[in-house]
Design a protein around this ligand. Structure first.
Ligand code: FAD
Ligand code: SF4
Ligand code: SF4
Length: 391
């Protein structure tokens, strides 16, 4: 750890345990409260004009993206919402006009980062105006499915659940009168657990953000009380160092055994992602296009998949009736409605799952886009991936 203005500062590539000195944040935070404290510090110091984070709405199933300009409000955003399946990248492009006129600090999962980078490539988001505080992500659970799972598998009224957490491979709920944990493997065998795109996700530690924060690898007396922070950019190093220097955060070097443990867990999660890819893509039995034809026959052409995809952007108007290949008012739409979108995002699908999550007809769109992406990678960039559905 280097010295920063007389106090310890961090550099890109370093890994530290960090914890907040703010007692209110400490009470509500998932681990050490480093994420909330960094966001708050950046806003207080006017390094940014606003913070984009996620807060709990009516209940644990209701994750609400929120734009904050008053640092005092940040405490309300502390804590992880695993039933929060939202994607923040498109908000930047749509509601925040590409963050071209202001600076924003925000919390990002792997898919949020990938969506932002794709939008930045299209000049739809200004990456330079962003502080990206990454959180490791093992996956999210769809809110409706989570309620069904809690009712049927946990045999608990989902409305009585006051807290959920994922710890040591278990999804744990707290409710009036007790708590119960069941392993995610067991839940997934029963058809519940994480969203299918999350199971196939192989981006667990968001190293393209400025900082990657998580709970994996925090051991010893700091277990559960500190956030593991990997410093991924000079910008991240500067923000963290300043917050430490100001006394907002305390840090110590990460325990080498903890670092090793974190690497092992990350490796195991990547293997699990690979296993799910084989299973899901294998289930297509080499008939991807036939399956697409059958499944999309129930499409009601609501445009939700297009509106919510972080990479399907510029063609939205084109697809909305201006295309020569899709007639306006035709339901179900001509297969070109889907094929054109799949082709258009085939090299950039980030497997965020928004298309599938928000499709009112439950069409497994993310599976199709992801299979096409991986198949394309296998053909054109063999180093990136294996054949998706032919292997
Ligand atoms: P806090 O100070 O409590 O801040 C948490 C931040 O997360 C807040 O800014 C909040 O707005 C934001 N947030 C909450 N829910 C969401 C959401 N659904 N989408 C986007 N942002 C959200 N760490 C691991 O090491 N392994 C994991 O497998 C893992 N899985 C995770 C899955 C999810 C869905 C999330 C949100 C986080 C996960 N984390 C994981 C990260 C971990 O839970 C903590 O967020 C991290 O350690 C930071 O802790 P903290 O106390 O500093 O965060
Ligand atoms: Fe997390 Fe990956 Fe799912 Fe995004 S796609 S919520 S990064 S597991
Ligand atoms: Fe069709 Fe589903 Fe897309 Fe709506 S979200 S246009 S129903 S595929």
């Amino acid at each position: 750890m280097a010295l920063f203005g007389g106090k310890p500062g961090v550099k890109k590539g370093e890994m530290v345990y960090a914890w907040t000195t703010d007692s209110e944040i400490a009470k509500r935070a998932e681990c050490g409260g480093a994420v909330t404290t960094l966001l708050k510090y950046a806003l207080e110091q006017k390094m940014v004009d606003a913070v984009l984070a996620v807060k709990r709405g009516q209940d644990i199933y209701d994750a609400v993206p929120t734009l904050i300009t008053d640092p005092k409000e940040l405490t309300n955003t502390a804590g992880s919402l695993h039933c929060g399946t939202l994607l923040l990248s498109k908000i930047l492009a749509k509601q925040l006009k590409g963050v071209k006129d202001r600076k924003i600090a925000m919390t990002v999962k792997g898919c949020d980062v990938m969506g932002i980078l794709e939008l930045a490539k299209r000049n739809s988001v200004n990456r330079d105006n962003l502080y990206l505080i990454g959180v490791n992500c093992g996956g999210t659970v769809s809110p409706i499915k989570a309620m069904k799972m809690i009712q049927e598998v946990y045999q608990v009224d989902p409305m009585k659940v006051t807290k959920e957490e994922i710890d040591k491979g278990q999804f744990i709920i707290e409710f009036e009168g007790g708590h119960k944990g069941i392993s995610i493997d067991e839940l997934e065998e029963k058809g519940f657990g994480r969203r299918t795109n999350c199971r196939r996700c192989e981006y667990k530690v968001p190293r393209q953000a400025d900082l990657a924060c998580g709970n994996w690898g925090v051991i010893g007396d700091k277990a559960g009380k500190a956030t593991f922070v990997e410093v991924c950019s000079d910008k991240g190093a500067d923000l963290l160092s300043r917050a430490v220097k100001a006394g907002a955060l305390a840090t110590e070097a990460a325990n080498p055994k903890g670092i090793e443990m974190r690497q092992k867990v990350e490796g195991a999660m990547l293997k699990l992602g690979e296993k799910w890819r084989r299973k899901d893509f294998g289930a297509l039995k080499g008939d991807l296009w036939g399956t697409i034809g059958r499944e999309t026959a129930r499409c009601i052409k609501c445009y939700s998949c297009i509106e919510n995809c972080p990479v399907c952007f510029t063609s939205a108007d084109y697809l909305k009736g201006k295309s020569f290949m899709v007639s306006p008012g035709e339901v179900p739409p001509n297969p070109m409605f889907h094929l054109r979108r799949f082709a258009h995002i085939s090299d950039t699908c980030v497997n965020c799952g928004q298309c599938e999550e928000l499709c009112p007809m439950d069409i497994p769109l993310a599976l199709f886009s992801h299979a096409i992406r991986v198949e394309g990678d296998a053909i054109f960039e063999p180093k990136l991936g294996k054949s998706a559905y032919t292997n």
